[in-house]
Design a protein around this ligand. Structure first.
Ligand SMILES: Nc1ncnc2c1ncn2[C@@H]1O[C@H](COP(=O)(O)OP(=O)(O)OP(=O)(O)O)[C@@H](O)[C@H]1O
Ligand SMILES: [Mg+2]
Length: 234
């Protein structure tokens, strides 16, 4: 579904990603782990068409999309839930959700999608009139995911969705990701919560200093000495 080849990414003249190649098959949960500043968010921004310039290939369903602006990638179902959520704090839950349906295809189905999102995340239905800035951290994360679902994603890019969440919400969130996959979504998830992501993902890539240094099946990576070396720098 997603194929990335020899991706170099830059902020101005500063190169952050170096020859990153990876792929995501339809229906997979693929993890990306790595230390702070490894380039995980940069990878997500570059896939979403935000902030960076790049060389190399990004393909979705066999079609190159690296030249497309962010909104056209969204229309094709590539939707990012950014780090730290980026909600509109003075708008209520419902308004934040409605903003997620901005591509014409998604907008046409918005009414029905809202019902689906409320069924999946009942906490949002209960709080639909509450301004999002007054939601708890966990509720805000659910809203950020709900907003992304409003855009009708096929490939959901999650950047550190468990950051700052209490353990109960971390568990809820990984349960939700599994349910989303069961409903037909493909998920790429950046996490520092290595144990959770390795347990949930089909495959995981380890990024170090902007390079992929390791790739493997979630569970088996847990026992891989190289993970400790790459990730913890031991
Ligand atoms: N807008 C920017 N301009 C210049 N450099 C940037 C910019 N954003 C990020 N960087 C640099 O790119 C490198 C990778 O940052 P990135 O945010 O991708 O890391 P990360 O793996 O997501 O880290 P974290 O786990 O802390 O979120 C860092 O050295 C960072 O300082
Ligand atoms: Mg990051």
């Amino acid at each position: 579904m997603l194929e990335v080849k020899s991706l170099d990414a830059f902020y101005g003249s500063v190169q952050v990603l170096h020859g990153v190649s990876l792929h995501v098959n339809r229906g997979e949960i693929v993890g990306i782990v790595g230390a702070n500043a490894a380039g995980k968010s940069t990878l997500m921004f570059t896939l979403a068409g935000l902030r960076t310039t790049h060389t190399g290939d990004i393909g979705v369903d066999g079609e190159p999309i690296g030249h497309l602006p962010a909104y056209e990638r969204t229309s094709r179902g590539l939707i990012l839930v950014p780090e730290r959520r980026r909600l509109f704090p003075f708008m209520n839950v419902l308004e934040n959700l409605e903003i997620g349906a901005y591509s014409p295809g998604a907008r046409a189905q918005a009414k029905q999608t809202i019902d689906e999102v409320f069924a999946l995340l009942p906490v949002l239905a209960e709080r639909r009139k509450q301004v999002s800035g007054s939601l708890s951290g966990g509720e805000q994360q659910m809203l950020a995911i709900g907003r992304a679902l409003m855009g009708k994603p096929r490939l959901l890019l999650l950047d550190e969705p468990t950051e700052g969440l209490a353990p109960i919400y971390v568990k809820l969130l990984f349960d939700l990701i599994v349910r989303l996959r069961e409903s037909g979504l493909t998920v790429m998830i950046v996490e520092q919560n290595v144990h959770h992501v390795l347990r949930t993902s089909d495959r995981t890539y380890v990024l170090e200093n902007g390079r992929v240094v390791l790739e493997g099946e979630g569970q088996s990576l847990l026992n891989d000495e190289r993970l400790k070396i790459a990730y913890l720098g031991l």
